[in-house]
Design a protein around this ligand. Structure first.
Ligand SMILES: [Zn+2]
Length: 537
């Protein structure tokens, strides 16, 4: 399709190869090169379009912002013009950064101003939250480690973004990188704002940022660099809660956002967010660099994936007592038994994993571990080696690679070889592992809610205390898998092989599983059966 951008065109849709609009006769090829495909947003003084640049090989997509003078009050037009000018100047100054769309063209044509920008294909963080749910703390740290260095770059070039919010951050589909858009001009949400009776008021409100995301000093028309830091803080609260600022409560006296009871962040992150969200500029962080230093985050994606891996292993040290070691033996001291709580290792762990990546992490433990375990815990010994070989050779990913891809938004790991990986306590919910190999993979404590493991090989996988609610495990091989304490409510286990699988303490409420399958597995009085009642058959 070819779209006519004459603001008064009665019927702007044209066939793809037309030269002139069939309704109004306007040239369809702007500047002899840009063919507009469809409108992206429209308002009282401007509109944005998706277009193709036919002058370049491959005809790459671009975004065209058009200042529309028709039927607009002169002072509004003047303000719109200044905003568009400002955006062009800003983008020209800072646009040579991989996380900022490039300014490709800026011109006047038939009394209308146009700004042409690189098109970023991907979903905004708002779309991502609506699609996949809220972020974990690790993902918020990941977000900050990617966005703050970009903000530092922008601030060093004396630019204040003034409108950082989830709808202005796009995760580029091509590589998962966060891209910051909208440097202060014709925005897509204009239409809503300009539905107000006075365009002047709307445009003023618009020019100073988005209420709720913009801090008080910015709403009072005095934005400073730290104003962007406040907006990043509000964005973090949105990522953690899924609630936009208008749905949050505020302290009537101080104006502070009341968010702390809504999130379950570590004390460390809470303190940092609190300082990002200080009402007084004086008490807020002054630069993105300061926030990064406070977070002790390395501003690089790869090193973050590494640190998250180490973090995950650190967390799991407390639970590692019953990990399936290389020999496949669960080492449990049956004399130290307590009826309550999670298993804990009392003795000091002297070393972190000797190896990470392709093999299950091994731990060096100083003294013989004293393990507190539930009275029903079974001591099992595995012998033999199951390789889970397949006629195809599935793609191999190591732990770091998998986490990096997941953090970038990848959710499809069908037909991968993920055997023996250490993925303890990670969030891999709503992910596709169809037909993948996860033989002896350690997923203890992981969130696998609604994930697809159909036809996957989970032979002897460690799935203790995992959230497998609503997961698809149909035709999966779960032979010898450790499913103790796992949440399998409403999971699909049709035709899954549960020979020797340990379902002690597992919750099978509403799960699709037959009596024959259950008869092959180990259960105890704490196992909640598919009917919702605890106990043995
Ligand atoms: Zn037309």
């Amino acid at each position: 399709m070819s779209y006519c951008i004459n603001p008064t065109c009665p019927n702007p849709e044209n066939s793809a190869y037309s030269q002139r609009c069939q309704s109004c006769g306007s040239q369809l090829l702007l500047r002899d090169r840009y063919r507009v495909i469809k409108p992206l947003g429209q308002g009282g003084f401007g509109a944005t379009f998706l277009a193709q640049d036919q002058a370049l090989p491959g005809e790459p997509s671009c975004v065209i912002k058009q200042l529309r003078p028709s039927g607009t009050a002169p002072q509004v037009l003047q303000m719109g013009r200044e905003l568009l000018d400002r955006e062009a100047v800003t983008l020209d100054r800072i646009g040579n950064h991989p996380q900022i769309p490039r300014l490709l063209d800026y011109f006047e044509d038939g009394e209308q101003l146009y700004l042409v920008q690189e098109y970023i294909h991907g979903a905004t963080l708002q779309q991502e939250i609506k699609r996949n749910g809220v972020f974990s703390e690790a993902r918020v740290n990941q977000f900050l480690s990617e966005l703050l260095p970009l903000l530092q770059y922008i601030h060093e070039r004396k630019v204040i973004h003034r409108d950082i919010k989830p709808t202005n951050i796009i995760r580029r589909a091509q590589d998962g990188t966060l891209v910051l858009i909208d440097f202060g001009a014709v925005k897509n949400q204009v239409s809503q704002t300009l539905a107000n009776p006075t365009e002047q008021t709307a445009l003023t409100a618009y020019a100073i940022g988005t209420p709720g995301f913009a801090p008080p000093e910015q709403m009072a028309m005095r934005p400073v660099f730290a104003s962007d830091i406040y907006a990043v803080g509000v964005t973090c609260i949105y990522l953690l809660t899924g609630k936009p600022p208008k749905d949050l409560d505020y302290n009537q006296t101080t104006g502070e956002m009341l968010w702390e009871r809504l999130v379950q962040t570590s004390d460390h992150l809470t303190v940092v967010l609190r300082k990002m969200l200080e009402i007084s500029v004086r008490n807020r962080y002054q630069s993105p660099q300061e926030v990064l230093e406070a977070l002790e985050l390395e501003p690089y994606l790869d090193s973050f994936a590494q640190s998250m891996l180490v973090q995950s292993c650190t967390v799991s040290k407390e639970r590692m007592s019953q990990n399936c070691e290389e020999s496949g033996v669960f080492s449990i001291n049956p004399t130290a038994v307590s009826g309550l709580g999670e298993p804990q290792v009392r003795s000091a762990i002297l070393a972190i994993p000797a190896k990470t990546g392709d093999t299950t992490a091994t731990y060096a433990v100083g003294t013989e571990p004293t393990v507190v375990t539930k009275p029903t815990t079974l001591v099992r010994t595995h012998t033999g080696c199951h390789t889970g070989q397949n006629s195809k050779t599935p793609r191999r990913l190591d732990t770091q690679g998998l986490l990096r891809d997941y953090l970038k938004g990848k959710r499809n790991f069908a037909l991968y070889n993920l055997s023996m990986l250490t993925l303890q306590d990670v969030d891999l919910s709503e992910t596709n592992f169809h037909s993948s190999q996860l033989v002896k993979t350690n997923l203890q404590g992981a969130n696998l809610y609604n994930s697809n493991f159909a036809k996957a090989s989970l032979n002897r996988a460690n799935l203790r205390d995992t959230n497998l609610s609503k997961a698809d495990l149909s035709h999966a091989d779960l032979e010898g898998a450790d499913l103790r304490g796992s949440d399998l409510s409403y999971a699909y286990l049709n035709n899954a092989n549960l020979q020797g699988a340990n379902l002690c303490g597992a919750n099978l409420t509403g799960a699709k599983i037959s009596q024959e399958q259950l008869a092959l597995a180990k259960m105890n009085w704490m196992t909640v059966r598919p009917c919702g009642k605890p106990g043995l058959l």
